[in-house]
Design a protein around this ligand. Structure first.
Ligand code: FES
Ligand code: FES
Length: 175
């Protein structure tokens, strides 16, 4: 296939990628996940299952949460991509309210699931700032977490949706 150029806006910066099989070019079959991690050093999105089943590689593409391991970089021409690295304030580095809420609620344990869970949550809240518990569970159904953090994530997202739990009461006598 002839060399071509693919333009993608990632976290507000527009990149032009030369596509092809020559040195320095991006192969047509390279995934967005590999381009993010290996070429741009945006390593928040994790490669776990690499087959669209776990949600660890989730990024936001044109407003939708998508598994970046299932997207070809070539197919993202003209798209706008947001990764976890794009959530903090680019000038001050201050974390977004979403990230702060996850910290407040201890809604994380391993570093593999959490980036994808946060990006799925962001896509949900951008579209629907007041999701129901059912909306939240449905949105996060593709993000697998095998630890107790799953319950803390639900609490954090419920808090973002306006249904906070009393953390002082919850942790009374335990911290
Ligand atoms: S690594 Fe992409 S869904 Fe699991
Ligand atoms: S946060 Fe990774 S298994 Fe729960």
């Amino acid at each position: 296939m002839a060399a071509d150029t693919v333009k993608i806006t990632i976290n507000g910066l527009t990149y032009s990628f030369s596509m092809g099989d020559n040195f320095g070019q991006i192969p047509w079959n390279e995934t967005l996940l590999d381009t993010l991690r290996n070429r741009l050093n945006l390593t928040a999105a994790k490669k776990a299952c690499d087959e669209g089943a776990c949600g660890c590689c989730t990024v936001i593409k044109d407003g939708d949460a998508v598994p970046s391991c299932m997207q070809l970089t070539a197919d993202c021409d003209g798209s706008s991509i947001t990764t976890l690295e794009g959530l903090a304030d680019p000038v001050t580095g201050e974390l977004s309210e979403l990230q702060k809420k996850f910290i407040e609620y201890n809604a994380f344990q391993c570093g593999f699931c959490t980036p994808g869970i946060i990006m799925t949550t962001k896509a949900l809240l951008d579209k629907n700032p007041n999701p129901t518990e059912e909306d939240i569970r449905e949105a996060l159904s593709g993000n697998y977490c095998r630890c107790i953090s799953h319950y803390h994530v639900l609490e954090a997202v419920n808090a973002l949706a306006g249904r906070p739990v009393d953390l002082d009461k919850k942790w009374e006598g335990r911290r």
